[in-house]
Design a protein around this ligand. Structure first.
Ligand code: NAP
Length: 432
């Protein structure tokens, strides 16, 4: 066996710990000589006193990894934008391959990272940044090479899917489901990043960049989160045969694309509607393959370590073979289809005064903005109020936004719930 490949690990939290264990298990299983010859030489942490088992390898100084000529692969598992981004760039500059689970850096600074990789000839591997252990990035890049990708749609945030699943399957209210998710470790103490859809926005930006071979920034993604969804919304959807999910979706049509993260009602029989709990799924519509779904646990130490380990093995093989396939495959420049061209069909919940003429006022206000109603259901509430569940026909998104503002200003309307998009298949979208 030749000299072992030295790894510098940055971060020893949930994923870092699982990676160390998974690597050790993998090595002791006795794989090929090349794959056996790996050694974690240094581990960067902030608080060495919390990781006494790893004593001799711990460091709090990133230069012990970056400046060590023996370290050939840097595994970045710290998270957050800085110092992770700068350290990844520094590692690449010194010719070290970088493996990361960091969606923040890859979604916001991917171009810069890839440019550094191309310049130095060292590879970048980021399978774990979307869907934890689900091999979706290489699944699209390699598995669907040669396909024309029409759309990528997914449940890519485990926290929101856990909350919505508990609301759907067990009738919990949002706040109860959120508290439970926090207790079970599925949601952070400050859950904003997940609930507001920002985490899903980064992931769909990465997937769209990979799938459409064009750079997509998280800022290009229109986002609505799930805060404000109630049991009334969930129950209404179920009565119509729909399941509510936070859907991240990217559609491409010729040289334009449309990307969003939105609460969405899907038909109960859609495969993504069946994805429950902390699971993720990504559904790809492409030609010639048709439809493909990637499914698995979208979070957790070991699922994520699985993707890290596969990337490390690939990095080692690339180093041994002295051959890299460089990212990005960004060779197209698709235009964003802005909200003025975008069309939506959605559901709204209104809390209104239950008196003659209320529905007429709402309908007239919608009509002024060119929206027509597809269906209306009413649920009486106490105190002379009622809930109206509206679904409007498809309309231009900018009109829809104006109509919503006008309806909210009506004196008979006390509250407008958050809108929920109604799922339309790729075929339905193309027919428009
Ligand atoms: N957890 C998951 O299920 C999951 C799933 C997919 C992707 N990811 C991604 O994986 C990465 C790691 O996540 P995690 O859950 O393992 O995080 P974590 O448990 O918070 O661990 C972070 C580790 O990085 C170290 N660290 C953070 N900032 C540092 C700094 N400035 N200098 C030195 N060390 C620093 C911490 O050191 P101390 O221990 O000394 O504080 C800790 O060991 C993130 O990018 C995350 O988005 C996580």
């Amino acid at each position: 066996m030749g000299q072992s490949i030295k790894i510098g690990l940055m971060g020893l939290g949930t994923v870092g710990n699982a990676f160390v264990r998974a690597l050790s298990r993998f090595q002791s299983d006795g794989h090929s000589a090349c794959e056996n010859a790996m050694e974690i030489k240094k581990i960067l942490v902030r608080h060495p006193d919390r990781h006494l088992d790893y004593d001799s390898r711990l460091t709090t100084d990133a230069r012990d990894i970056i400046d060590d000529p023996e370290v050939a692969v840097v595994v970045e598992l710290m998270g957050g934008m800085e110092p992770a981004r700068s350290l990844m760039l520094a590692a690449l500059k010194r010719g070290k391959a970088v493996v990361t689970a960091n969606k923040e850096v890859m979604a916001h600074a991917g171009l810069e990272i890839w440019e550094a990789s191309r310049k130095s000839g060292a590879g970048v591997y980021f399978e774990a940044s979307v869907g934890a252990g689900i091999p979706v990035i290489q699944g699209i890049r390699r598995g669907l090479a040669g396909n024309q990708i029409h759309s990528i749609t997914g449940v890519v945030n485990g926290t929101t899917n856990y909350i919505l699943s508990r609301m759907t399957q067990d009738g919990l209210e949002f706040s109860t489901a959120l508290r439970e998710a926090q207790r079970e470790g599925y949601a952070e103490v400050d859950p904003t990043d997940d609930i507001a859809g920002y985490d899903a926005r980064r992931k769909i930006a990465i997937l769209a960049t990979v799938g459409f071979a064009t750079w997509v920034s998280p800022d290009d993604v229109q986002v609505d989160g799930i805060a404000g969804i109630t049991q009334d919304d969930i129950a209404y959807g179920l009565s119509e045969g729909w399941v509510l999910k936070l859907i991240a979706t990217a559609h491409r049509q010729q040289d334009t694309m449309k990307i969003s993260v939105r609460p969405t009602f899907l038909p109960q029989n859609h495969p993504i509607a069946q994805v429950m709990g902390a699971y993720n799924a990504i559904w790809v519509e492409a030609d010639p393959v048709g439809n493909v779904m990637y499914y698995g646990l979208g979070a957790g130490g070991y699922p994520t370590a699985s993707a890290i380990l596969s990337d490390v093995l690939q990095a080692v093989r690339d180093l041994m073979g002295q051959h890299h396939e460089f990212w990005p495959v960004v060779d197209r420049h698709l235009k964003l289809d802005g909200s003025e061209n975008s069309r939506v069909m959605s559901y709204w919940r209104l809390e209104v005064l239950d008196r003659p003429g209320t529905l007429a006022q709402v309908a007239v206000t919608l009509a002024k903005h060119g929206l027509s109603l597809r269906s209306v259901h009413q649920k009486p509430l106490s105190g002379g109020r009622a809930l109206l569940f509206l679904v409007h026909h498809e309309c231009a998104e900018h009109l829809w936004r104006m109509a919503r503002t006008s309806v909210a200003q009506l004196s008979v309307v006390e509250h407008v719930g958050i809108p929920v998009s109604i799922w339309q298949s790729e075929e339905e979208s193309r027919e428009r």
